[in-house]
Design a protein around this ligand. Structure first.
Ligand SMILES: Cc1cc2nc3c(=O)[nH]c(=O)nc-3n(C[C@H](O)[C@H](O)[C@H](O)COP(=O)(O)OP(=O)(O)OC[C@H]3O[C@@H](n4cnc5c(N)ncnc54)[C@H](O)[C@@H]3O)c2cc1C
Ligand SMILES: C=Cc1c2[nH]c(c1C)Cc1[nH]c(c(CCC(=O)O)c1C)Cc1[nH]c(c(C)c1CCC(=O)O)Cc1[nH]c(c(C)c1C=C)C2
Length: 472
């Protein structure tokens, strides 16, 4: 049977689903509806005329693992190989990441030397906690907060400093609220299957993806992350260009979906324009609950319970090389300064994005997240100047930089990162069960469900497509 599919939301997840759907001869039409004037969602790059590139959203993608290989395979299919900017394992941005604790920057322990010695801010060698971990009894809970899980297995110091910061640097979230089962499934699975994180991680596992030549190259050259010459936004742009050339694909910008109506025949209409669709793939969360019909009440309740946080992203450009250290950036534990999540030293991993001619330093300060309201008040009432002042103060106090930026951009990314709080897995199970029990022609995919990274979201688009058309 020929299938007509509506993909709602043109972020990287929705584009990935369209890409895979468009490969199947069994899909007669794909209609992508995107609310804004461009596709790409949070992948958003500022490109200045002088060649400088600043990222408002993701700035680097990891090549590792099945999901990392899957993304690189798509990059190859799009012909973007020559645009790749890889960062290798021996690069200073891969080796050095810092924590800002008690008013000082500390390099995070890495490599064998880093784990056998006592390195501040930690009070004992990491190896001690790691060796003890193997002997700790398996937990019995169905889910646990990331903080409680790591405290139990590796001790409270690692949980309070390292893991608290990690959760801020990936989810802009609070490790005491985030679920280990949903945020870090490999850790949860390692304990369940091997009784230890250390043993489980040594054994490996996970889905298999056949690597393209590009993915093989990434593995051979030991890349730790990559970006693109024209910034991450070049990725959705290339996807969109490719999709536009496919006859069966219709892309609509400024097409906000306001409601999905189910009728007695089981198909639905989108009131942007009436489309007789048999399948709906939905890639956005904040407004989804208001789009679904009241008849889907149990689904609406679960969807409304998935929290999202707002992040202020401040891009700064300084004259000269102004950093006292080099590396990827630094994270700030919540005990140090709840509203200040961290600072990325963008010029270090990607100097190619500096403006042409003259030496400059590009930094990005990230603020808010789960602490946004308590720090800045309601996102609608905070001024850009307040955010800029707070960001430049942090650069001064954390990095000892006394000069002022020569250029800045303040972005307020409302509800940009979903939070997988305790019990998230159960919520997903209930929602998917409801959809299946009621034969709803609906697939929920994207960052709100099974992983927030660019890789996870692209993979979720592929999985959604394969659920309908089989393996591509
Ligand atoms: C500041 C920041 C930094 C990040 N850094 C990294 C990083 O370094 N590495 C990494 O891997 N990941 C990173 N991420 C995560 C990653 O960028 C996102 O999780 C991912 O881009 C989400 O993609 P998505 O397609 O699921 O959703 P979105 O990007 O949110 O796309 C959803 C789309 O749906 C549209 N839409 C919404 N409502 C409607 C409607 N009613 N009708 C029609 N369309 C609608 C939106 O306009 C949007 O285009 C970062 C995220 C942020 C915010
Ligand atoms: C300070 C806030 C944030 C910074 N980046 C993000 C936030 C909220 C978002 C983000 N960062 C990463 C991912 C993807 C994770 C993945 O599985 O690929 C997302 C959604 C990558 C990442 N960044 C840092 C770490 C430890 C990771 C995990 C993967 C990896 O090891 O590369 C560290 C880090 N992020 C930020 C800073 C300042 C920072 C400092 C060391 C910014």
């Amino acid at each position: 049977m020929q299938k007509v599919v509506a993909v709602l939301g043109g972020g990287i997840g929705g584009l990935s689903a369209c890409h895979h759907l468009s490969k199947s001869p069994n899909v007669s039409k794909i209609v992508l509806l995107e609310r804004s004037g461009r596709c790409g969602g949070w992948l958003s790059s500022i490109r200045r005329d002088d060649g400088a590139v600043f990222e408002q959203g993701p700035r680097g993608v990891r090549p590792a693992g099945a999901v990392g290989r899957n993304t690189l395979n798509m990059i190859s299919e799009l012909g973007l190989e020559s645009e790749i900017l890889p960062v290798t394992k021996d690069h200073v941005a891969s080796k050095n990441r810092f924590l800002y604790v008690k008013g000082q920057l500390h390099k995070m322990p890495s490599g064998p030397g880093g784990v056998v010695r006592t390195i501040p801010p930690f009070s004992r060698p990491i190896i001690q906690s790691v060796l003890k971990e193997i002997l700790i009894r398996k937990g019995t809970k169905e889910d646990e907060s990331v903080h409680a899980f790591v405290s139990r297995r590796l001790g409270s110091e690692l949980a309070n400093i390292a893991i608290d910061s990690l959760c801020r640097g990936v989810f802009a979230g609070d490790s005491r609220q985030l679920s280990v089962r949903s945020c870090f499934p490999p850790l949860y699975e390692a304990e369940r299957s091997r009784g230890s994180i250390v043993l489980g991680m040594l054994m490996g596992g996970g889905p298999k993806v056949v690597p393209s030549d590009l993915a093989k190259r990434a593995s051979k050259e030991s890349w730790t992350q990559w970006s693109l010459k024209r910034g991450m936004q070049a990725f959705p742009e290339a996807l969109e260009d490719t999709l536009k050339r496919r006859e069966r694909v219709e892309l609509h910008h400024h097409a906000k979906v306001k409601s999905l109506n189910m009728n007695s025949e089981g198909w639905e209409k989108v009131d942007f324009t009436v489309i007789l669709c048999f399948f709906f793939f939905v890639f956005f969360l904040p407004e989804l609950a208001s789009v679904l019909p009241p008849a889907a009440q149990p689904l609406l309740e679960e969807l409304r319970a998935i929290a999202l946080v707002t992040v202020a992203v401040v891009n700064l450009e300084y004259e000269g090389f102004i950093l006292p250290v080099t590396g990827f950036g630094h994270l700030v534990p919540s005990s140090e300064d709840p509203g200040l999540l961290g600072v990325v030293y963008d010029s270090v991993p990607f100097p190619q994005h500096n403006r042409s001619g003259g030496l400059t330093t590009r930094l990005t300060v990230m603020m808010g997240g789960a602490w946004f309201e308590q720090t800045f008040g309601h996102p609608d009432s905070v001024t850009k100047q307040t955010l800029l002042d707070r960001a430049t103060q942090a650069v001064t106090s954390h990095l000892g930089v006394n000069s002022q930026p020569v250029w800045s951009y303040v972005g307020l990314l409302k509800n940009c990162i979903p939070q997988y709080h305790l019990g998230h897995w159960k919520r997903l199970e209930k929602m998917r069960q409801y959809i299946s029990n009621h034969n709803l022609p609906l697939t929920l995919a994207g960052a709100s469900y099974d992983g927030v990274s660019v890789n996870d979201v692209i993979f979720s688009g592929r999985t959604a497509a394969e659920g309908l058309i089989g393996k591509t």
